[in-house]
Design a protein around this ligand. Structure first.
Ligand SMILES: Cc1cc2nc3c(=O)[nH]c(=O)nc-3n(C[C@H](O)[C@H](O)[C@H](O)COP(=O)(O)OP(=O)(O)OC[C@H]3O[C@@H](n4cnc5c(N)ncnc54)[C@H](O)[C@@H]3O)c2cc1C
Length: 409
């Protein structure tokens, strides 16, 4: 194995930057950053000047988060939903730095890395996503597992393996949002008769922001699996024995072998002194072109940006914190960076809500959009197909399709 350069965890060797090249630095390799890098790389061949794209990302694998649940039921393999950046970027000239960004200096146009030398840029794209809200509930961090990344799914898999010998496995899922509901259904199918699954939420309904048809399908799926759902239940504490919550003023203890924490993510904070103006949730205020108002060469997208969604999602004025929104914003930012380089007009980002999709157990899903709602196996097939189309790079999509069809590589 080639030794790793000391200046970074890993640097993908590409030709040294052309001194004439426009330097574009993209920080965060998720739905916003990776897809923007790929779209800009495609456009770069048609620009009047050479472009050097650097992508900074600490993980070695892209995480296609909407399909993480499928790992629990082994419906999909880790490589399918978490391809390595090396594989994805191999056919491109994108310069990958596997490293953490520590500081952004918008005035000096530099990006400080934890391990590597600082980078300088002409254009900066920031897409660092979200992180867990700092825990406000006693014991929640020490005695529960998160479920946000491939590493979290692997950790959960190890815990489930430890519980393999038990005749019953009691799981409490904190949060009845999409993650809580999807996890509860998948775990119920994974554990079968051995599983006793409980979902607890302080709100009075599941899937608060979702359309009624989705809520109804999810309620049916939970009931069919015998998942106990406690609503209006304020979680008070988590310990090694389970989770305690208050319901109608009465404390209730729910014993658990495993507590999963799906409540509360917040946009990652800005990494620098000159923090742009932001919303109450902590998202950066951006212009319709997704530029920062005070720095036209800096773009922010995905969960970190308050991206406008005029008239698109009912009364909501902002795009939701979803892969769908980040995925749509990525080519717009790529277009706008290319437009600045080529001295062409920029275009605004217009969020287009295509619908909602949730997995509701093994081989089961609900897909609602354009006035249609599909559930059951057909829902699962439609959801899988829609996500297959959105996997990064054509080469990866083909690899997955051939594997699914049993065609040898
Ligand atoms: C379990 C789960 C299921 C989900 N399901 C859905 C779904 O079904 N549909 C949907 O639309 N959305 C879903 N989402 C939400 C979706 O994943 C996010 O909204 C989307 O990923 C946001 O894109 P982003 O580019 O802003 O951030 P991300 O995709 O999270 O990418 C951020 C990247 O920045 C990197 N990073 C973080 N800190 C640093 C640093 N200091 N330096 C460098 N890099 C850094 C991270 O490693 C990460 O790769 C789900 C999320 C989770 C956790």
């Amino acid at each position: 194995m080639p030794s790793k350069p000391s200046s970074a965890l890993y640097s993908r060797p590409v030709a040294g930057p052309d001194p004439e090249a426009v330097r574009v630095c993209i920080v965060g390799g998720g739905f916003g950053g990776l897809y923007c890098a790929l779209a800009l790389h495609q456009r770069s061949h048609h620009l009047p000047r050479p472009v050097h794209i650097t992508l900074v990302e600490p993980r070695d694998r892209f995480n296609f988060t909407p399909l993480l649940y499928e790992l629990l039921t082994q419906e999909l393999a880790p490589w399918e939903i978490a391809p390595t950046y090396q594989d994805l970027l191999r056919p491109t000239a994108i310069d990958l730095r596997q490293d953490w960004v520590e500081h952004l200096d918008l005035t000096q146009r530099t990006v400080a890395l934890r391990h590597g030398d600082p980078l300088t840029y002409d254009y900066l794209v920031v897409a660092l996503g979200s992180q867990m809200r700092p825990p406000a509930i006693a014991g929640s961090q020490a005695h529960s597992l998160p479920f946000n990344t491939l590493a979290d799914a692997e950790q959960l898999e190890r815990r489930l393996a430890d519980l393999d010998h038990r005749p019953t496995v009691r799981v409490v899922v904190a949060g009845a949002g999409p993650s809580g509901v999807e996890l509860a259904c998948k775990l119920s199918d994974r554990l079968g008769q051995r599983g006793h699954i409980t979902v607890v939420d302080r709100r009075g309904e599941i899937l608060r922001a979702y359309p009624e048809q989705v809520k109804r399908a999810a309620t049916r799926a939970l009931a069919k699996r015998g998942v106990a759902v406690y609503l209006n239940a304020a979680i008070a504490a988590v310990d090694a024995r389970g989770l305690t919550f208050g319901i109608q003023g009465q404390p209730h203890h729910c014993p658990a072998d495993l507590v999963l924490w799906t409540v509360g993510t917040v946009p990652r904070p800005w990494l620098g002194g000159d923090r742009p103006s932001h919303t109450a949730l902590g998202q950066c205020q951006v212009m319709p072109t997704l530029q920062l108002p005070a720095y036209s060469n800096v773009f922010v997208l995905g969960d970190m940006a308050a991206m406008a969604a005029p008239d698109r999602v009912g009364a909501r004025a902002q795009a939701p914190l979803t892969a769908q929104a980040a995925y749509q914003a990525a080519p717009v930012v790529a277009h706008n960076v290319a437009a600045l380089i080529a001295n062409r007009p920029l275009k605004p980002f217009v969020y287009n809500h295509l619908g909602d999709m949730l997995t509701l157990g093994q081989g089961e899903a609900v897909v609602c959009g354009f006035g249609l709602c599909i559930t059951g196996r057909l829902g699962a097939f439609s959801r899988r197909w829609a996500y297959w189309l959105r996997l990064p790079t054509m080469a990866h999509r083909w690899r997955v399709l051939k594997h699914r069809l049993g065609i040898k590589p």
